[in-house]
Structure formats: C-alpha cells, structure tokens
Design a protein. Structure first.
Length: 231
C-alpha cells in the first residue's frame, strides 16, 4: 500500500508541472486594459491564423495623421487627450491582406505590433490607434486596429512607417508640426504619392479619421491605379 501511495504521489508530482505549462500556454487575454483601468474587448481573437496573406511592400497608404487631437475626443470616452491620436490607413493591395504582426515606427521608436487577423479588402480604410484608445464608432467597413503601445505621435512632426512581417515598409509618411484638432491628410485623399496637407476645417472639424476628406478629391476604393512591385 505504501509503495502504491508513493507511486501515486510521484504521478501527481510529475503531472503538476504539465498542468501549469498548459495554463501558461493559453492564448493571451484578448482584452485590452486602458490607462484609466477600463477593460475593452478586442475586436477579434488573436490566436487564429489569418485567412489571407500579409500586406506587402507599399500596399498601405498612410493617409491621415491626427497627431495632436486638441479637443477631439475620437474614442468618445469623454476625454480628449493623447489617447485620441490616430493614423488613418488605406489598403491598396489588389487582393486581401492582413496587418497581423506589422509594427508601427514613429521617429525611430517601435510602437509595437498590430495583433489583428482580419483580412483587408482593396480600398478598405483602417484607423490605427494606440493600445489605450477605446473602441471607435466607425462607418460600416472601416476597421480599427491597435498597436501594442500608445502611438506617441510627436506634436512637432515625425517620420512614421509601417513595417510588415517581412520587415519591409508597407507604407510611410513624414508629417510636419501638428495643429491642435487638425490632422494632416493626403490630397487627393487616398493617394500614396500625394503630399500631406493640413486637413480642411469645416464647421469646426479639422479631421476625417475613418472617412474620406470632405470637399476634396477622393481616390475611391482601390483597383484604379498601378501597384508597386511585389516583394
Ligand atoms: Ca478620448
Ligand atoms: Ca480621412
């Protein structure tokens, strides 16, 4: 009996670490804890493989940059502050692609990876926010994705770059000193080669994060221009 009890104890001791390992191997909690302690459910699970290929070099237009929100409460949490910083992207691939594993670099600083397996369609608009931004209310078909850290977009201007899983530049832009509450946007809207310009201020609103620039030429939804060379 004593021998069998010892044998049973050995089994328990041997199995206990494995149980701990399986707990550690659980996928990361998809919830995001905001700076003020609120917990926001992630838009998608992060432990499933994307059903499309990674976005490729030059396929993402860094279209609009809201580096200095001023009085803009983009996420509607009742406070306008740095957490409302945002970068609007337009996907210019001609087949679906994803941003999972893409890093945002701001002035040479890595602002963390995007964990989002959703497939982007040609011409789709995406709003990139930092980890501490709340969920945005966006038009149908417009996606919000988050980096792993706050964006920390410099008010004085900076070079920003999205680097994909193959460490190539998916898209980039250099913006100048930011005016409070006013973004900088490609003009025409959505054109990768267009210069950034101050967003028009219409009825006191100086950005169009998540939508086309009002009263400006608009490049429309994809497939209407040449694409850059493939990787
Ligand atoms: Ca806010
Ligand atoms: Ca816009």
């Amino acid at each position: 009996m004593i021998a069998s009890a010892r044998f049973a104890l050995c089994i328990v001791v041997a199995l206990a670490p494995c149980a701990a390992c399986s707990l550690l191997a659980e996928p990361p909690d998809p919830r995001s804890v905001l700076a003020d302690g609120r917990v926001v459910a992630a838009d998608v699970a992060v432990d499933a493989p994307p059903a499309c290929l990674p976005a490729r070099t030059g396929e993402v237009v860094v279209n609009e940059i809201l580096a200095r929100p001023g009085g803009v409460d983009l996420d509607g949490d009742g406070v306008a502050n740095h957490r409302d910083e945002a970068v609007e992207l337009v996907f210019r691939g001609d087949i679906a692609g994803h941003l999972q594993g893409t890093h945002l670099w701001v002035a040479g600083q890595d602002r963390g990876a995007i964990a989002d397996i959703r497939c982007l369609l040609p011409g789709q608009r995406i709003v990139l926010t930092g980890s501490t931004a709340g969920p945005l209310t966006l038009a149908e078909g417009v996606l919000q994705v988050r980096t792993a850290k706050p964006l920390d977009l410099r008010d004085g201007g900076a070079h920003i770059e999205l680097r994909g899983v193959l460490d190539t530049a998916l898209g980039q832009a250099t913006y100048g000193p930011a005016v409070a509450g006013q973004s900088q946007v490609r003009s025409p809207d959505g054109e990768a080669d267009a210069a950034l310009a101050a967003h028009p201020v219409i009825a006191g609103v100086g950005h169009s994060v998540g939508g086309p620039t009002p009263a400006e030429p608009n490049a429309g939804r994809g497939g209407d221009r040449q694409h850059p060379p493939r990787n």
